[in-house]
Structure formats: structure tokens, C-alpha cells
Design a protein around this ligand. Sequence first.
Ligand SMILES: [Zn+2]
Ligand SMILES: [Zn+2]
Ligand SMILES: [Zn+2]
Ligand SMILES: [Zn+2]
Length: 114
Amino acid sequence: MAGYDKPCIGCGNLIGFDSKFCPFCGRTSPFYDACPSCAAEIKRGWMRCPSCGRELNITCPSCGAATFVADKCDTCQASLMIQCENKKCQAPQFFQNTRCTACGKQIKQSNRRK
Ligand SMILES: [Zn+2]
Ligand SMILES: [Zn+2]
Ligand SMILES: [Zn+2]
Ligand SMILES: [Zn+2]
């Protein structure tokens, strides 16, 4: 099957169009913004995920500004992702996730905002 390459929206590197994640920057949805809870496609400007209903606008834990649930804060560019603690998994996870979307392991919320 001859595939073609598409640029990752996270880092811009060309990767296979059916890639489940970006091998360069580790994005779990290289071609669109995905809901951090259920991985459904979401768009900027939406208030809630149409699939699971989670809110898509959050407060940045670094600068306190409102931001979209993307990899980085829109205002201060701080990363909003943490890494799954499962050594075999280490999938990037949204910092608010309580359970890894890749392996299902519970995520400790020790580095969460107090
Ligand atoms: Zn990438
Ligand atoms: Zn969702
Ligand atoms: Zn910020
Ligand atoms: Zn995991």
C-alpha cells in the first residue's frame, strides 16, 4: 500500500498519513487537535468535546490564562503534557488526565496545580 506523507501539526515533519502518533515530537494526533480524554477530533473555538463532553478551554497551570486543550499553552507556550509513568508506555498525556489514554494506567496527580 503506497502511503503519502503529511506534515505533523506539532512539529511540521512529514510523516505517514496514517500515523497514530508523530515519531518526531510524540504527538498522539499528528494531523488534528484531539480531545485529551477520548482522542476525538476537536476544533479551536469549541467549548466542549462532542464525544465525551469535557471542557476544551482550561486555565493554564503556568500562567493562569485561559487556553485551548492543546500541547502547549496559547499564552506562555508552557507544555500542558505530562508523560505516562508506565515505563513501557511513556505516552504523552494531557496534564489533567487521570488515566493514560494509551495503556490505561492511573496517572498520579503530584505535579498538578495545587
Ligand atoms: Zn510531530
Ligand atoms: Zn472527548
Ligand atoms: Zn500559560
Ligand atoms: Zn500509558
